[in-house]
Design a binder for this molecule. Structure first.
Ligand code: IDP
Ligand code: MG
Length: 140
């Protein structure tokens, strides 16, 4: 079933100059970018995005990191896009991510782990509308 998921190329990956390689990996995996932009989150925007994690001990550090530099946010569309992207990303901790996954290749730490991907249809819906208005869907 065709689905949409939200992906973020995080500040650490943008600093490493691997935006192009990561988007290439999405496309090679059959995940088609249908909306995309570069932006810098404020701390408040990062806090709203990660609100489900507000009680976690790493919340302040995570949201500071996400606001530390520009990110690329994308909506990816394709068959089983949510799980397909999670598989392509690898585990949260790059040290535990399967070889060849984006986080295994580019992640530096459990926090600076290169990419975000929605984890369910409900979070995908919330996360897509958090960053994109309907008029911004160039490709669908
Ligand atoms: P996910 O990104 O694989 O879905 P989540 O558990 O939803 O992982 O955590 C959201 C983000 O918070 C992670 O991608 C990572 O950047 C950060 N994070 C998760 N666990 C830790 C931790 O134990 N210490 C520091 N940062 C963490
Ligand atoms: Mg998550």
């Amino acid at each position: 079933m065709s689905e949409r998921t939200l992906a973020i190329i995080k500040p650490d990956a943008v600093r490493k100059q691997v935006i192009g390689d990561i988007i290439h990996r999405y496309e090679q995996a059959g995940l088609r970018p249908i909306a995309m932009k570069m932006l810098r989150m404020t701390k408040a925007v990062a806090e709203g995005f990660y609100a489900v994690h507000r009680e976690r001990p790493f919340f302040d550090s995570l949201t500071t990191f996400m606001a530390s530099g520009p990110v690329v946010v994308l909506v990816l569309e394709g068959d089983d896009a949510i799980k397909r992207n999670r598989d392509l990303m690898g585990a949260t901790d790059p040290a535990k991510a399967a070889p060849g996954t984006i986080r295994a290749v580019y992640g530096a730490s459990i926090e600076a782990n290169a990419v975000h991907g929605s984890d369910s249809p409900e979070t995908a819906q919330f996360e897509i509308q958090y960053f994109f208005a309907s008029m911004e869907f160039a490709g669908g």
